[in-house]
Design a binder for this molecule. Structure first.
Ligand code: NAP
Ligand code: GLV
Length: 311
């Protein structure tokens, strides 16, 4: 008999996920969480930002699959039981999307597209000499599944790449820094700061007046992790003062961004609506389905979150 696996989504495409599981894993009966016929028998669930009462409904849950890479939206749930395993997406098609997102924006600044857009608005025709990619220093905060992929992609495009992580890393062509002690050294040699950290107590508000002030004058920031990494008022101040040349925010503290937010109108700021890398159905279903089979076989799944460290 198929096992019932409830799904909770914030988007309105639940049926597409149910159909994809039915096609690929007919022995896993994914169904809308409100339609679970035997909630006490449910061992595994699939969620994105579940509502308040979700965990009370399934008292014997053993593992919950997060429909994204970042688990901040589930770890903050007040009713998430301590003993439930949290399993996140690892890449699942997102690394390639992140590579494209960062390559696009890095080239935007490196090839002076911000300057040319401004010139166009002034009907001003003037070319600038430009610099080799190897002279443009890109620094990546977070060298995990996504950050290490972006680092490798940008290195292969010829950029001078460095990265910062919690533990020591070795990535070909990438200068690796680690730990709080090396953060300032890392920032001081970064022209384009890319954020791909998980949101934890240690990384919330990490991009503030002090840390962004360590970047060389004229640096740019691209945040595609979480809005709460960045103190938005500090960013606006550093853009206005000219210390920062520009920024790209794919995530903001309050999503969706309110129509009256001053971020929309800030010169030098590009906003995208949390779309840098999305959880596409086919690769996501494959990863979660394989992991459910792993759990059913009594083995350890991949992507297990360390609850104490928060990612
Ligand atoms: P990951 O594999 O867990 O990698 C996280 C990286 O951050 C690791 O290298 C880790 O260091 C480092 N790190 C964590 N805390 C740190 C600290 N206090 N100091 C220094 N380094 C620290 O995560 P991922 O799969 O790459 O995803 C990263 C984040 O991207 C997600 O958490 C999510 O918020 C965001 N995201 C955004 C979108 C979007 O569309 N905007 C899409 C997907 C994901 P160690 O390797 O040493 O542990
Ligand atoms: C998206 O933001 C994710 O964490 O996968």
């Amino acid at each position: 008999m198929a096992i019932e696996c409830p799904i909770y989504l914030t988007a309105d495409n639940t049926q597409q996920w149910i159909d994809a599981f039915a096609r690929q894993y007919p022995h896993i009966k994914v169904l809308d969480w409100q339609h679970a016929s035997r909630p006490a028998d449910v061992r595994y669930a699939i969620v994105w930002q579940p509502c308040g009462e979700f965990f009370q409904r399934f008292p014997n849950l053993e593992a919950v699959f997060n429909l994204g890479a970042g688990v901040d939206g589930i770890l903050c749930h007040p009713q998430l039981p301590r003993e439930v395993q949290v399993i996140r997406l690892e890449n699942a098609g997102m690394a390639a999307q992140m590579n494209q997102y960062f390559a696009y924006h890095i080239m935007h600044f490196h090839r002076s597209m911000d300057t040319y857009q401004r010139q166009q608005s002034q009907q001003h025709w003037q070319s600038h000499p430009g610099t080799p990619a190897g002279d443009f220093r890109v620094g990546i905060l977070g060298l995990g599944q996504l950050g290490s992929s972006v680092a490798d992609c940008l290195f292969k495009l010829g950029y001078k790449v460095s990265g910062w992580s919690q533990s020591e890393k070795y990535i070909e062509g990438v200068q690796c820094f680690q730990g709080a002690d090396q953060l300032n050294d890392f920032l001081q040699q970064t022209d384009a700061l890319c954020c791909l950290l998980p949101l934890t107590d240690n990384t919330r508000d990490l991009l503030n007046r002090h840390t962004m002030g360590q970047l060389p004058a004229g640096a740019v920031i691209i945040n595609a992790a979480r809005g709460e990494h960045l103190v938005e008022d500090d960013l606006l101040e550093l853009l206005d003062s000219g210390h920062l040349r520009g920024a790209v925010l794919d995530t903001v503290r309050n999503e969706p961004l309110a129509a009256d937010s001053s971020l929309w109108r800030q010169a030098g700021l590009i906003i995208t609506p949390h779309c840098a890398a999305q959880s596409w159905i086919e690769p996501t279903v494959k990863q979660i389905g394989n992991n459910i089979d792993t759990l059913l076989a009594g083995k350890t799944p991949t992507g297990l979150v360390e609850r104490n460290r928060g990612y």
